[in-house]
Design a protein around this ligand. Structure first.
Ligand SMILES: [Zn+2]
Length: 225
C-alpha cells in the first residue's frame, strides 16, 4: 500500500501498489475501526479486491498482513526512506500497469532501506516509467558525450544538453555521469554515498518536470536526510 486516505465517516480509500495489478485504488468500507496496523503503508498486505464493471475504484473485500515491517517503525530514518520509495511509486506507477521490476525493487527497499538503494530506485523508476535520462549524448543535437568527460545535464529535458545547445543546469563529472547512467539501467550498487545528492536532485527535478511536483519535493526531502 502506498497511502490510506479517510473517506467520509467510516471508509478509507487505499492507494495500493500491487504485484499482480500494478497501481490501483480501492475503498475499504467501515475500515476506520478495524486493524490499524494493516493500513500502515510500510507493510506488505495480501488483499482480495472486488471490481465492478465501469468503476475505477475497486472494493477491498479482505486484507491481511503478509510481511509486517514493525522494525521500520522504530527508526525515523528508515521510515523516511520507505516513505520516499512509496511517494515515488505513487508519482510514477501508472494505474493498472503491472511492473514486476519496480515491485521487486520497492519490496527490497522496504526490507532493507538505505539512501543508496532509494537513489538507485529513483533513477531506475524514471527509466521504467519512460522518463529515463540520456546521459551518453546531447538530447538536443545527438552529439556523443565521450566516457569520462564531465557534462551538463538537464533533468527537465531528459539528459545531457551540450554547451552548443544551451547546456543543462546540473554539472556532472564523467565518473558520476557513468554511475548515474548505470543506476538508471538497473545496476544495483552503481552509486556510492557521494553520488546521492546529485542523483536525488536529478530524480526530483525529472519527477517535477513530469507532473509529480508535490511528491517530488517531498521525495527530495525524504531522500536527503
Ligand atoms: Zn547539443
Amino acid at each position: 500500500m502506498t497511502k490510506a486516505v479517510s473517506y467520509g465517516d467510516a471508509d478509507v480509500i487505499l492507494h495500493l501498489f500491487t504485484e499482480r495489478l500494478g497501481a490501483v485504488s480501492a475503498i475499504a468500507h467501515r475500515a476506520k475501526r478495524s486493524d490499524k496496523l494493516a493500513r500502515e503503508p510500510l507493510h506488505t498486505l495480501q488483499v482480495t479486491l472486488d471490481e465492478r464493471e465501469g468503476r475505477e475504484l475497486m472494493t477491498l473485500a479482505e486484507s491481511r498482513l503478509a510481511t509486517p515491517r514493525l522494525a521500520l517503525l522504530s527508526s525515523l530514518d528508515a521510515m523516511e526512506l520507505a516513505g520516499g520509495a512509496l511517494a515515488l511509486v505513487r508519482t510514477i506507477a501508472p494505474p493498472r500497469v503491472v511492473e514486476p521490476e519496480l515491485w521487486a525493487r520497492v519490496v527490497a527497499l522496504l526490507d532493507a532501506p538505505s539512501r543508496v538503494a532509494l537513489a538507485e530506485l529513483g533513477l531506475r523508476a524514471l527509466s521504467i516509467a519512460g522518463f529515463g535520462l540520456e546521459l551518453h549524448a546531447c538530447v538536443a543535437c545527438g552529439a556523443p558525450c565521450p566516457s569520462g568527460k564531465a557534462a551538463l545535464v538537464s533533468p527537465e529535458r531528459g539528459g545531457v544538453v551540450c554547451r552548443a545547445c544551451g547546456g543543462g543546469r546540473l554539472w556532472l563529472s564523467g565518473e558520476a555521469r557513468a554511475a548515474i547512467a548505470r543506476a538508471g539501467e538497473g545496476a544495483c550498487g552503481a552509486l556510492d554515498e557521494g553520488h546521492i545528492p546529485r542523483a536525488v536532485e536529478i530524480v526530483s527535478l525529472a519527477l517535477a518536470a513530469h507532473g509529480g511536483v508535490v511528491d517530488s519535493r517531498r521525495w527530495a526531502t525524504m531522500s536527503s536526510r
